[in-house]
Design a protein around this ligand. Structure first.
Ligand SMILES: [Cu+2]
Length: 298
């Protein structure tokens, strides 16, 4: 198996097929809507220089397609070091996968998923999926951080869980996504102590929100989505800590029934950081919203 190019599909053995993902394997995931299979790919080893934040690495992005129509129902990314272990440090800023490149401002609707260090895996509520047509061009973009003083060498492995359209046994509901940041530009710095950033926006669709996930950096403490029109909180998530008080993950919202949205309602995303250090820290605060559309309004 050759991995001489900057990007390769080493794990699937599809290096010669490059960007066409066809190697479906059994998945441990189960769905009432059809058999779930998974397809994997990985980057080659990449050097991430010290001081890198939200770094795009040349050659680390991938344009790919499925040979047949699929519903993407799960997405997992993991970083591996030269020993094949997951590094303890946080080198994954975030990734995007979808039908277009994700813009971090404005009213963009994408069909895609994301991951970050604190939300490395998304499993959509059963019965929902992101639809990809046969041979439709899809784009995958990883971004990296290295807050240490030495370069690191890592590769990223991706597992996509899908239901093949030809194997669907019960209809699925398509999900669409939009990314909303509490701060633009999205990379900012937080002084020691408590910090909150807020942004308001309008959602232009009638539908239901079924998944909310955050993109957050170390010391991010809470993210809230608030419906300003109705004066009610939609969801508030916080960080997960281990027994030593180390941040290990962040809450997400996943619900088959979902939260109703009426076109034109205004929302506010608020992100809080608590910086316990004596120096400014880097921060990002994004909310990735996955929703279904209702043709006749909520
Ligand atoms: Cu980031």
């Amino acid at each position: 198996m050759r991995c001489g190019l900057l990007f390769c599909l080493c794990l699937t053995g599809l290096a010669s097929a490059a960007e066409l993902l066809t190697d479906f394997r059994p998945s441990p995931l189960r769905s009432a809507h059809g058999p779930v299979v998974q397809v994997e790919f990985a980057t080659a080893f990449l050097n991430v220089e010290p001081g890198s934040l939200a770094l795009h690495l040349p050659g680390a992005m991938l344009n790919f397609r499925f040979d047949e129509a699929v519903w993407i129902v799960g997405y997992r990314t993991s970083l591996l070091d030269a020993q094949g272990s997951e590094p303890k440090e946080n080198h994954l800023c975030h990734t995007f996968l979808g039908d277009q490149r994700v813009m971090q401002t404005g009213d963009q609707e994408v069909r895609g998923l994301y991951s970050d260090h604190y939300t490395p895996e998304i499993r959509l509520p059963d019965g929902f999926g992101v639809r990809a047509a046969a041979r439709e061009p899809l784009h995958w973009m990883p971004m990296f951080n290295n807050r240490a003083s030495d370069p690191v060498r890592v590769r990223m492995k991706v597992v996509l869980s899908v239901i093949r359209v030809k194997q669907v046994t019960k209809p699925l509901t398509p999900l669409y996504a939009t990314l909303r940041s509490a701060q633009t530009p999205h990379l900012y710095f937080v002084e020691p102590g408590h910090d909150e950033r807020k942004a308001e926006f309008e959602l232009p669709f009638n539908g239901r929100i079924h998944f909310l996930g955050t993109h957050i950096h170390p010391y991010g403490s809470a993210v809230e989505l608030f419906n300003v029109t109705r004066n009610e909180s939609v969801w508030r998530g916080g960080r997960k800590l281990d027994s030593k008080g180390e941040m290990t993950g962040f809450d997400s919202y996943s619900n088959g029934e979902g939260y109703r949205v009426k076109a034109g309602e205004r929302f506010r995303v608020t992100a809080a950081y608590d910086n316990p250090t004596s120096a400014p820290i880097d921060a990002m605060a994004g909310l990735y919203i996955l929703y279904s559309r209702l043709s006749n309004g909520p």
